[in-house]
Design a protein around this ligand. Sequence first.
Ligand SMILES: Nc1nc2c(c(=O)[nH]1)N[C@H]1C(S)=C(S)[C@@H](COP(=O)(O)O)O[C@H]1N2
Ligand SMILES: [Mo]
Length: 420
Amino acid sequence: MNKKSKQFQLSRRDFGKLTGAAAAGLSLNMIPGFARTAFAVETADQIIPGKSASMIIHNAKLGVMETPLVLLRKYAHTPKEILFCRFHFPHEGDAAWYASLQPPKREDWVLEIDGLVQRPRQVKLTDIEKMPQVKRVSVIQCAGNGRSFYAAEQKVGGGQWKNGGMGNVEWEGVPLRQFLADQKVVPAASVRWLTAEGWDQPATPEGSDFSKSYHIEDGALDNAILALKLNGEPIPAAHGGPLRLIIPGYYGNMNVKMLTKLLYMDEQAPSVFQSLGYRMPLRPVKPGQFKANDYTIENSRPTYAHVIKSVIFSPLPEDKPGSGPVQITGVAFNDGTAPITSVQVSADGGKTWQEAAIKPAESPWAWYHWQVDAKLVSGANTLISRATDALGRSQPLDGLTRWNPRGFEWNGADRVFLTV
Ligand SMILES: Nc1nc2c(c(=O)[nH]1)N[C@H]1C(S)=C(S)[C@@H](COP(=O)(O)O)O[C@H]1N2
Ligand SMILES: [Mo]
Protein backbone atom coordinates (compact mmCIF):
# COMPACT_ATOMS: atom_id res chain seq x y z
CA MET A 1 0.00 0.00 0.00
CA ASN A 2 1.46 3.40 -0.83
CA LYS A 3 2.03 6.10 1.72
CA LYS A 4 -0.84 8.21 0.60
CA SER A 5 -3.51 5.58 1.11
CA LYS A 6 -2.04 4.74 4.53
CA GLN A 7 -2.57 8.32 5.52
CA PHE A 8 -6.17 8.16 4.36
CA GLN A 9 -6.56 5.01 6.35
CA LEU A 10 -5.34 6.63 9.56
CA SER A 11 -7.51 9.65 9.18
CA ARG A 12 -10.52 7.50 8.47
CA ARG A 13 -9.76 5.36 11.50
CA ASP A 14 -9.72 8.45 13.66
CA PHE A 15 -13.00 9.48 12.16
CA GLY A 16 -14.34 6.02 12.98
CA LYS A 17 -13.22 6.43 16.57
CA LEU A 18 -14.97 9.76 16.80
CA THR A 19 -18.27 8.47 15.48
CA GLY A 20 -17.85 5.39 17.65
CA ALA A 21 -17.45 7.57 20.71
CA ALA A 22 -20.46 9.63 19.77
CA ALA A 23 -22.55 6.52 19.37
CA ALA A 24 -21.30 5.10 22.65
CA GLY A 25 -22.68 8.20 24.30
CA LEU A 26 -26.11 6.91 23.48
CA SER A 27 -25.44 3.31 24.37
CA LEU A 28 -26.72 1.32 27.28
CA ASN A 29 -23.16 1.14 28.58
CA MET A 30 -23.43 4.73 29.65
CA ILE A 31 -26.57 4.27 31.68
CA PRO A 32 -25.48 4.03 35.33
CA GLY A 33 -26.14 0.63 36.81
CA PHE A 34 -26.68 -0.95 33.40
CA ALA A 35 -23.58 -3.13 33.35
CA ARG A 36 -23.03 -4.77 30.02
CA THR A 37 -23.02 -8.23 31.51
CA ALA A 38 -26.44 -7.53 32.94
CA PHE A 39 -27.89 -7.27 29.46
CA ALA A 40 -28.42 -10.72 28.05
CA VAL A 41 -29.00 -10.49 24.33
CA GLU A 42 -31.48 -13.13 23.49
CA THR A 43 -32.85 -12.57 20.04
CA ALA A 44 -31.59 -11.20 16.73
CA ASP A 45 -33.86 -8.14 16.82
CA GLN A 46 -32.06 -7.06 20.00
CA ILE A 47 -28.72 -7.32 18.22
CA ILE A 48 -29.75 -5.69 14.93
CA PRO A 49 -33.04 -3.79 14.98
CA GLY A 50 -35.40 -5.03 12.29
CA LYS A 51 -34.08 -8.58 12.23
CA SER A 52 -36.45 -11.46 12.74
CA ALA A 53 -36.36 -12.83 16.30
CA SER A 54 -36.22 -16.31 14.74
CA MET A 55 -32.68 -15.93 13.42
CA ILE A 56 -30.08 -18.39 14.72
CA ILE A 57 -27.40 -16.37 16.52
CA HIS A 58 -23.79 -17.45 16.11
CA ASN A 59 -22.10 -14.41 17.65
CA ALA A 60 -24.10 -11.64 19.30
CA LYS A 61 -21.04 -9.40 19.66
CA LEU A 62 -20.33 -9.44 15.95
CA GLY A 63 -23.88 -9.56 14.66
CA VAL A 64 -23.40 -13.00 13.14
CA MET A 65 -26.71 -14.72 12.49
CA GLU A 66 -28.13 -17.42 10.26
CA THR A 67 -31.50 -17.88 8.58
CA PRO A 68 -33.52 -20.95 9.57
CA LEU A 69 -34.35 -22.88 6.36
CA VAL A 70 -38.07 -22.90 7.22
CA LEU A 71 -37.95 -19.10 6.73
CA LEU A 72 -35.43 -19.01 3.88
CA ARG A 73 -37.54 -21.30 1.69
CA LYS A 74 -40.62 -19.05 1.91
CA TYR A 75 -39.30 -16.24 -0.30
CA ALA A 76 -38.07 -15.89 -3.87
CA HIS A 77 -35.87 -12.99 -2.75
CA THR A 78 -34.62 -13.23 0.81
CA PRO A 79 -36.06 -10.27 2.77
CA LYS A 80 -33.64 -8.09 4.73
CA GLU A 81 -35.32 -9.09 8.00
CA ILE A 82 -34.14 -12.68 7.62
CA LEU A 83 -31.00 -12.36 5.49
CA PHE A 84 -27.97 -13.89 7.28
CA CYS A 85 -25.52 -11.36 8.65
CA ARG A 86 -21.79 -11.30 9.34
CA PHE A 87 -19.47 -8.62 10.72
CA HIS A 88 -15.91 -8.85 12.04
CA PHE A 89 -15.21 -6.01 14.43
CA PRO A 90 -16.48 -6.07 17.99
CA HIS A 91 -17.29 -2.89 19.85
CA GLU A 92 -17.63 -2.21 23.54
CA GLY A 93 -20.61 -3.92 25.10
CA ASP A 94 -22.94 -6.52 23.64
CA ALA A 95 -26.06 -4.44 23.45
CA ALA A 96 -24.20 -1.45 22.05
CA TRP A 97 -22.71 -3.29 19.10
CA TYR A 98 -25.19 -2.22 16.49
CA ALA A 99 -25.65 1.24 17.98
CA SER A 100 -21.93 1.80 17.52
CA LEU A 101 -22.21 0.97 13.84
CA GLN A 102 -23.01 4.48 12.68
CA PRO A 103 -21.55 4.99 9.22
CA PRO A 104 -21.61 8.51 7.77
CA LYS A 105 -24.89 9.63 6.27
CA ARG A 106 -25.70 9.01 2.61
CA GLU A 107 -25.24 12.71 1.80
CA ASP A 108 -21.72 12.65 3.27
CA TRP A 109 -20.62 9.30 1.85
CA VAL A 110 -17.59 9.40 -0.42
CA LEU A 111 -15.95 6.60 -2.40
CA GLU A 112 -12.21 7.08 -2.77
CA ILE A 113 -10.35 5.75 -5.76
CA ASP A 114 -6.73 5.67 -4.77
CA GLY A 115 -3.49 3.71 -4.69
CA LEU A 116 -1.24 3.49 -7.73
CA VAL A 117 -3.26 5.81 -9.96
CA GLN A 118 -2.31 9.00 -11.71
CA ARG A 119 -4.96 11.12 -10.08
CA PRO A 120 -6.88 9.83 -7.03
CA ARG A 121 -10.60 10.55 -7.04
CA GLN A 122 -13.29 11.06 -4.48
CA VAL A 123 -16.75 10.32 -5.81
CA LYS A 124 -19.81 11.32 -3.83
CA LEU A 125 -22.48 8.74 -3.22
CA THR A 126 -25.07 11.29 -4.31
CA ASP A 127 -23.33 11.36 -7.71
CA ILE A 128 -23.12 7.56 -7.94
CA GLU A 129 -26.87 7.46 -7.30
CA LYS A 130 -27.43 9.47 -10.49
CA MET A 131 -25.56 6.98 -12.71
CA PRO A 132 -27.33 4.30 -14.79
CA GLN A 133 -28.02 1.15 -12.78
CA VAL A 134 -28.61 -2.54 -13.35
CA LYS A 135 -30.14 -5.36 -11.32
CA ARG A 136 -28.32 -8.51 -10.31
CA VAL A 137 -30.28 -11.26 -8.62
CA SER A 138 -27.62 -13.36 -6.95
CA VAL A 139 -26.96 -15.71 -4.11
CA ILE A 140 -24.90 -14.21 -1.33
CA GLN A 141 -23.31 -16.84 0.88
CA CYS A 142 -20.74 -16.82 3.66
CA ALA A 143 -17.72 -18.94 2.77
CA GLY A 144 -18.27 -20.56 6.17
CA ASN A 145 -21.80 -21.69 5.29
CA GLY A 146 -22.10 -25.39 6.14
CA ARG A 147 -19.02 -25.28 8.39
CA SER A 148 -20.76 -27.32 11.11
CA PHE A 149 -20.89 -30.35 8.78
CA TYR A 150 -17.08 -30.58 8.84
CA ALA A 151 -17.38 -31.59 12.51
CA ALA A 152 -17.99 -35.17 11.36
CA GLU A 153 -14.27 -35.18 10.42
CA GLN A 154 -13.09 -32.72 13.07
CA LYS A 155 -14.82 -29.65 14.43
CA VAL A 156 -13.34 -26.38 13.17
CA GLY A 157 -13.49 -23.05 14.98
CA GLY A 158 -15.82 -20.27 13.88
CA GLY A 159 -19.59 -19.89 13.56
CA GLN A 160 -21.17 -23.33 13.32
CA TRP A 161 -23.26 -22.51 10.26
CA LYS A 162 -25.70 -25.05 8.93
CA ASN A 163 -27.14 -24.25 5.50
CA GLY A 164 -28.71 -20.87 6.29
CA GLY A 165 -25.66 -18.63 5.83
CA MET A 166 -26.96 -17.67 2.42
CA GLY A 167 -29.75 -15.81 0.67
CA ASN A 168 -31.01 -15.01 -2.83
CA VAL A 169 -31.16 -11.26 -3.20
CA GLU A 170 -31.97 -8.67 -5.83
CA TRP A 171 -29.15 -6.13 -5.82
CA GLU A 172 -29.22 -2.95 -7.85
CA GLY A 173 -26.41 -0.56 -8.62
CA VAL A 174 -23.85 0.92 -10.96
CA PRO A 175 -21.72 -1.49 -13.05
CA LEU A 176 -18.18 -1.37 -11.63
CA ARG A 177 -16.18 -1.51 -14.87
CA GLN A 178 -18.28 1.22 -16.48
CA PHE A 179 -17.94 3.35 -13.36
CA LEU A 180 -14.14 3.05 -13.33
CA ALA A 181 -13.98 3.76 -17.07
CA ASP A 182 -16.14 6.86 -16.61
CA GLN A 183 -13.83 8.06 -13.84
CA LYS A 184 -10.97 7.86 -16.36
CA VAL A 185 -8.67 6.27 -13.82
CA VAL A 186 -5.14 5.74 -15.14
CA PRO A 187 -3.47 2.97 -13.12
CA ALA A 188 0.32 2.54 -13.00
CA ALA A 189 1.74 -0.19 -15.23
CA SER A 190 2.60 -2.32 -12.19
CA VAL A 191 -1.01 -2.55 -10.99
CA ARG A 192 -2.28 -6.15 -10.65
CA TRP A 193 -4.93 -5.92 -7.96
CA LEU A 194 -8.02 -3.96 -7.13
CA THR A 195 -8.67 -3.76 -3.39
CA ALA A 196 -12.01 -2.90 -1.82
CA GLU A 197 -12.21 -1.56 1.72
CA GLY A 198 -15.15 -1.10 4.04
CA TRP A 199 -15.91 1.72 6.45
CA ASP A 200 -15.95 -0.48 9.56
CA GLN A 201 -12.72 -0.62 11.47
CA PRO A 202 -10.95 -2.92 13.91
CA ALA A 203 -11.15 -1.82 17.55
CA THR A 204 -7.38 -1.39 17.83
CA PRO A 205 -5.07 0.37 15.34
CA GLU A 206 -2.96 -2.82 14.97
CA GLY A 207 -6.00 -4.68 13.69
CA SER A 208 -6.51 -5.35 9.99
CA ASP A 209 -9.08 -3.49 7.94
CA PHE A 210 -11.70 -5.60 6.22
CA SER A 211 -10.21 -5.30 2.77
CA LYS A 212 -10.36 -7.76 -0.09
CA SER A 213 -8.35 -7.90 -3.30
CA TYR A 214 -9.25 -9.10 -6.79
CA HIS A 215 -7.08 -9.62 -9.85
CA ILE A 216 -7.57 -6.50 -11.90
CA GLU A 217 -8.46 -8.64 -14.92
CA ASP A 218 -10.79 -10.98 -13.01
CA GLY A 219 -13.76 -11.68 -15.28
CA ALA A 220 -16.08 -11.71 -12.24
CA LEU A 221 -15.51 -7.95 -11.95
CA ASP A 222 -17.22 -7.55 -15.35
CA ASN A 223 -20.50 -8.38 -13.58
CA ALA A 224 -19.77 -6.51 -10.36
CA ILE A 225 -21.84 -3.54 -9.27
CA LEU A 226 -21.55 -0.74 -6.77
CA ALA A 227 -24.81 -1.73 -5.13
CA LEU A 228 -27.20 0.89 -3.75
CA LYS A 229 -30.32 -1.23 -3.31
CA LEU A 230 -31.27 -4.59 -1.82
CA ASN A 231 -34.66 -5.95 -2.95
CA GLY A 232 -35.62 -2.53 -4.29
CA GLU A 233 -34.81 -0.51 -1.13
CA PRO A 234 -31.70 1.33 0.05
CA ILE A 235 -29.33 -1.25 1.57
CA PRO A 236 -29.50 -1.21 5.39
CA ALA A 237 -26.15 -0.63 7.15
CA ALA A 238 -26.24 -4.20 8.48
CA HIS A 239 -26.00 -5.41 4.90
CA GLY A 240 -23.49 -2.86 3.73
CA GLY A 241 -25.46 0.28 3.00
CA PRO A 242 -25.33 2.83 1.69
CA LEU A 243 -22.82 1.38 -0.80
CA ARG A 244 -21.68 -2.19 -1.25
CA LEU A 245 -19.48 -3.95 -3.75
CA ILE A 246 -21.42 -6.90 -5.12
CA ILE A 247 -19.55 -9.47 -7.19
CA PRO A 248 -22.21 -11.97 -8.26
CA GLY A 249 -21.09 -15.58 -7.82
CA TYR A 250 -18.41 -14.69 -5.27
CA TYR A 251 -18.50 -15.72 -1.61
CA GLY A 252 -19.85 -13.24 0.91
CA ASN A 253 -16.47 -12.02 2.16
CA MET A 254 -15.63 -10.79 -1.35
CA ASN A 255 -18.68 -8.50 -1.27
CA VAL A 256 -17.35 -5.64 0.83
CA LYS A 257 -20.02 -3.81 2.80
CA MET A 258 -20.05 -0.07 3.46
CA LEU A 259 -17.59 0.48 0.63
CA THR A 260 -15.35 3.53 1.08
CA LYS A 261 -12.27 2.73 -1.00
CA LEU A 262 -11.18 1.16 -4.23
CA LEU A 263 -7.40 0.89 -4.33
CA TYR A 264 -5.26 0.03 -7.33
CA MET A 265 -2.31 -1.98 -6.05
CA ASP A 266 0.64 -3.99 -7.28
CA GLU A 267 0.09 -6.54 -4.50
CA GLN A 268 -2.82 -8.00 -2.57
CA ALA A 269 -4.07 -6.12 0.49
CA PRO A 270 -1.95 -6.85 3.58
CA SER A 271 -5.17 -7.41 5.57
CA VAL A 272 -5.33 -10.74 7.43
CA PHE A 273 -8.78 -11.14 5.88
CA GLN A 274 -7.01 -11.46 2.52
CA SER A 275 -3.75 -13.19 3.49
CA LEU A 276 -4.81 -15.62 6.22
CA GLY A 277 -8.56 -15.77 6.68
CA TYR A 278 -11.01 -16.73 3.95
CA ARG A 279 -8.58 -19.00 2.14
CA MET A 280 -8.59 -22.61 1.00
CA PRO A 281 -5.51 -24.85 0.96
CA LEU A 282 -4.44 -25.66 -2.60
CA ARG A 283 -4.07 -29.37 -1.77
CA PRO A 284 -6.47 -31.58 0.19
CA VAL A 285 -5.52 -31.59 3.87
CA LYS A 286 -6.34 -33.70 6.91
CA PRO A 287 -6.92 -32.52 10.49
CA GLY A 288 -3.61 -32.07 12.26
CA GLN A 289 -1.58 -31.92 9.02
CA PHE A 290 -2.31 -28.32 8.25
CA LYS A 291 -3.41 -25.81 10.87
CA ALA A 292 -5.45 -22.63 10.84
CA ASN A 293 -2.30 -20.51 10.93
CA ASP A 294 -0.35 -22.49 8.32
CA TYR A 295 -1.92 -20.60 5.43
CA THR A 296 0.39 -18.65 3.16
CA ILE A 297 -0.25 -16.82 -0.09
CA GLU A 298 1.63 -19.65 -1.82
CA ASN A 299 -0.08 -22.71 -0.32
CA SER A 300 -3.63 -21.40 -0.44
CA ARG A 301 -6.06 -19.30 -2.47
CA PRO A 302 -8.80 -16.85 -1.47
CA THR A 303 -12.40 -18.08 -1.31
CA TYR A 304 -13.51 -16.35 -4.49
CA ALA A 305 -16.14 -18.16 -6.57
CA HIS A 306 -19.00 -20.21 -5.08
CA VAL A 307 -18.36 -23.89 -5.59
CA ILE A 308 -21.46 -25.70 -6.87
CA LYS A 309 -23.96 -26.53 -4.17
CA SER A 310 -27.51 -27.74 -3.59
CA VAL A 311 -29.59 -27.50 -0.44
CA ILE A 312 -32.75 -29.41 0.40
CA PHE A 313 -35.51 -27.04 1.54
CA SER A 314 -38.32 -29.54 2.08
CA PRO A 315 -39.20 -31.77 3.78
CA LEU A 316 -37.17 -30.87 6.86
CA PRO A 317 -37.39 -32.65 10.23
CA GLU A 318 -39.43 -29.63 11.46
CA ASP A 319 -42.12 -30.53 8.88
CA LYS A 320 -42.68 -33.90 10.57
CA PRO A 321 -43.67 -35.58 7.30
CA GLY A 322 -45.64 -38.85 7.33
CA SER A 323 -44.85 -41.95 5.30
CA GLY A 324 -45.92 -42.14 1.66
CA PRO A 325 -45.63 -39.76 -1.29
CA VAL A 326 -43.67 -36.56 -0.71
CA GLN A 327 -42.33 -33.76 -2.86
CA ILE A 328 -38.66 -33.05 -2.20
CA THR A 329 -37.70 -29.47 -3.07
CA GLY A 330 -34.60 -27.36 -2.84
CA VAL A 331 -32.23 -24.95 -4.53
CA ALA A 332 -28.93 -25.19 -6.36
CA PHE A 333 -26.38 -22.61 -7.48
CA ASN A 334 -22.80 -22.12 -8.52
CA ASP A 335 -20.61 -19.18 -9.55
CA GLY A 336 -22.80 -18.31 -12.51
CA THR A 337 -20.25 -19.19 -15.19
CA ALA A 338 -22.26 -22.23 -16.40
CA PRO A 339 -25.88 -23.29 -15.95
CA ILE A 340 -26.90 -25.97 -13.44
CA THR A 341 -27.88 -28.90 -15.66
CA SER A 342 -28.80 -31.64 -13.22
CA VAL A 343 -29.86 -32.20 -9.63
CA GLN A 344 -29.90 -35.82 -8.59
CA VAL A 345 -31.96 -36.72 -5.56
CA SER A 346 -32.08 -39.85 -3.46
CA ALA A 347 -34.71 -40.58 -0.82
CA ASP A 348 -33.04 -43.77 0.38
CA GLY A 349 -29.59 -42.70 1.44
CA GLY A 350 -28.04 -43.06 -2.01
CA LYS A 351 -29.26 -46.51 -3.08
CA THR A 352 -31.45 -45.10 -5.86
CA TRP A 353 -31.38 -41.69 -7.53
CA GLN A 354 -33.84 -39.60 -9.52
CA GLU A 355 -33.35 -36.60 -11.74
CA ALA A 356 -35.11 -33.53 -10.28
CA ALA A 357 -37.08 -31.09 -12.44
CA ILE A 358 -35.17 -27.78 -12.46
CA LYS A 359 -36.87 -24.40 -12.96
CA PRO A 360 -34.97 -21.78 -14.97
CA ALA A 361 -33.10 -19.36 -12.71
CA GLU A 362 -33.72 -15.61 -12.68
CA SER A 363 -30.10 -14.87 -13.51
CA PRO A 364 -26.87 -16.87 -13.89
CA TRP A 365 -26.04 -16.14 -10.21
CA ALA A 366 -29.47 -16.68 -8.67
CA TRP A 367 -30.45 -20.00 -7.21
CA TYR A 368 -32.33 -22.58 -9.23
CA HIS A 369 -35.37 -24.24 -7.68
CA TRP A 370 -35.76 -27.97 -8.19
CA GLN A 371 -38.25 -30.63 -7.16
CA VAL A 372 -38.81 -34.37 -7.32
CA ASP A 373 -41.59 -36.74 -6.25
CA ALA A 374 -40.53 -39.49 -3.89
CA LYS A 375 -41.79 -41.73 -1.12
CA LEU A 376 -40.95 -41.81 2.55
CA VAL A 377 -41.01 -45.05 4.50
CA SER A 378 -41.74 -45.35 8.18
CA GLY A 379 -38.55 -45.32 10.16
CA ALA A 380 -35.32 -43.65 9.07
CA ASN A 381 -35.09 -41.83 5.72
CA THR A 382 -31.99 -40.10 4.35
CA LEU A 383 -32.59 -37.57 1.60
CA ILE A 384 -29.62 -36.54 -0.54
CA SER A 385 -29.28 -33.92 -3.28
CA ARG A 386 -26.37 -33.40 -5.64
CA ALA A 387 -26.14 -30.74 -8.35
CA THR A 388 -24.03 -30.76 -11.53
CA ASP A 389 -23.43 -27.92 -13.99
CA ALA A 390 -22.72 -27.66 -17.72
CA LEU A 391 -18.98 -27.68 -17.03
CA GLY A 392 -19.37 -31.08 -15.35
CA ARG A 393 -18.68 -29.62 -11.91
CA SER A 394 -20.51 -31.49 -9.19
CA GLN A 395 -20.74 -31.82 -5.42
CA PRO A 396 -18.63 -34.44 -3.68
CA LEU A 397 -20.86 -37.16 -2.23
CA ASP A 398 -18.66 -36.94 0.82
CA GLY A 399 -18.12 -33.27 1.61
CA LEU A 400 -15.55 -34.19 4.26
CA THR A 401 -13.01 -34.74 1.48
CA ARG A 402 -12.81 -30.94 1.37
CA TRP A 403 -12.21 -30.58 5.12
CA ASN A 404 -10.02 -27.55 5.86
CA PRO A 405 -8.95 -26.00 9.17
CA ARG A 406 -11.03 -22.88 8.70
CA GLY A 407 -14.09 -24.75 7.54
CA PHE A 408 -14.77 -22.96 4.27
CA GLU A 409 -16.54 -23.83 1.04
CA TRP A 410 -18.62 -26.77 2.31
CA ASN A 411 -20.36 -28.21 -0.74
CA GLY A 412 -20.90 -31.86 0.08
CA ALA A 413 -24.05 -33.47 -1.33
CA ASP A 414 -26.76 -32.21 1.01
CA ARG A 415 -28.35 -34.67 3.43
CA VAL A 416 -31.54 -34.48 5.45
CA PHE A 417 -32.23 -37.17 8.03
CA LEU A 418 -35.90 -37.83 8.75
CA THR A 419 -37.52 -40.18 11.17
CA VAL A 420 -41.04 -40.96 10.01
N1 LIG B 1 -17.13 -3.99 5.46
C1 LIG B 1 -17.37 -5.29 5.67
N2 LIG B 1 -17.77 -6.02 4.65
C2 LIG B 1 -18.01 -7.34 4.81
C3 LIG B 1 -17.81 -7.97 6.07
C4 LIG B 1 -17.39 -7.14 7.16
O1 LIG B 1 -17.22 -7.60 8.29
N3 LIG B 1 -17.18 -5.82 6.92
N4 LIG B 1 -18.04 -9.32 6.20
C5 LIG B 1 -18.01 -10.11 4.96
C6 LIG B 1 -18.49 -11.47 5.10
S1 LIG B 1 -17.39 -12.61 5.69
C7 LIG B 1 -19.72 -11.85 4.65
S2 LIG B 1 -20.20 -13.46 4.71
C8 LIG B 1 -20.67 -10.87 4.11
C9 LIG B 1 -21.97 -10.93 4.88
O2 LIG B 1 -22.93 -10.14 4.26
P1 LIG B 1 -24.31 -9.85 4.96
O3 LIG B 1 -24.04 -9.53 6.40
O4 LIG B 1 -24.95 -8.74 4.21
O5 LIG B 1 -25.13 -11.11 4.84
O6 LIG B 1 -20.17 -9.55 4.15
C10 LIG B 1 -18.81 -9.44 3.86
N5 LIG B 1 -18.45 -8.04 3.75
MO1 LIG C 1 -18.36 -14.75 5.54
